[in-house]
Write a protein that binds this ligand. Structure first.
Ligand code: ZN
Length: 296
């Protein structure tokens, strides 16, 4: 089953909602970076949230979401665009912890509780726009809810979850989430009905694993009769790195640094954090980059 995101308008425009199945995208990130359970769950939740934040934008707009907590996983970086392309990595992929008191993967323990979420938006303007809020939970859904309320001024409810296979090498079985946004003019009645439904819904990843679609998850959350699906769009893991891009990054290190690579290592290797791809530059290529650095 392919990953996709749905957008819906609900309760006659009082509510906007999104749901995403990101299973394959998160599975791809897990395989490429060999993330362990807690790191997989934290990265996967951040990827799902970022996809939904990205879907609030359009065309050439891009977002970089950074979760910087004080837990063992370190920073989580996710890049997403408005076309559902997502890539991300945690600083320390090899983090696992005992299950928490609810018997679930301890995402808070991995992420930490002190720190911040920042979202940098490249909207095609001269300067990127950024918003930052402190972490309030470390479980991430609450943290993105807080981000939406405080940085975007949109009261929301966010659900995020990742199901990791206990037996099969920590592979991702299902991943996804939802985002419900309350528009101005929403009635108390509508809000309390949704709150009741949210309290009752099983984990999204379990529903996805059982074969439910993102649309069906929105129906559970909002009532099928209240939901009008507006749009359905694919999402996928995608890394746009290339040898040329890394060359440009090497040039910014400056001639002195590049000369040291030539003298000491007779070459250089760059590894993409997002996808694990390796790029090698031989001595002759480095001489060329050194020359470019001098000309800049
Ligand atoms: Zn890459």
């Amino acid at each position: 089953m392919n990953d996709y995101l749905v957008k819906a308008l609900c309760f006659d425009g009082q509510i906007r909602a999104m749901a995403v199945r990101s299973t394959e995208a998160v599975a791809e990130a897990q395989r490429r970076q060999d993330t362990w359970r807690a790191a997989t769950a934290a990265l996967g939740r951040t990827m799902s949230a970022s996809l939904m934040l990205g879907a609030m934008h359009k065309n050439d707009e891009k977002l970089t979401v950074k979760v910087q907590g004080d837990g063992p996983i370190g920073a989580i970086i996710v890049d997403v665009d408005a076309h559902g392309n997502v890539k991300g990595y945690p600083k320390n992929p090899h983090v696992n912890l005992p299950a928490n008191e609810k018997g679930k993967i301890d995402v808070r323990g991995a992420v930490g509780t002190e720190g911040f979420i920042s979202v940098i938006k490249d909207l095609g303007l001269k300067e990127p726009v950024s918003g930052q809020v402190p972490l309030v939970s470390g479980e991430l859904a609450e943290d993105f809810t807080y981000y939406l309320a405080n940085s975007e001024q949109v009261p929301s409810a966010v659900g995020l979850s990742v199901l990791v296979d206990n037996e099969n090498d920590d592979a991702v079985k299902a991943a996804g989430g939802f985002m419900i946004q309350v528009m101005p003019g929403a009635t108390e009645e509508t809000i309390s009905e949704i709150e009741k439904r949210i309290a009752d819904i099983p984990m999204v990843s379990k529903l996805l694993d059982a074969g439910e679609s993102p649309e069906e998850i929105l129906y559970r959350l909002l009532g099928k009769e209240n939901v009008t699906i507006l749009e359905k769009s694919p999402v996928q893991f995608y890394c746009d790195c290339s040898k040329e891009r890394f060359a440009a990054a090497i040039i910014t290190l400056g001639a002195k640094e590049i000369q040291a690579m030539i003298d000491e290592d007779h070459g250089a290797e760059a590894v993409c954090h997002f996808c694990g791809e390796k790029y090698y530059y031989d001595e002759q290529e480095l001489v060329g980059l050194c020359q470019e650095a001098l000309e800049n």
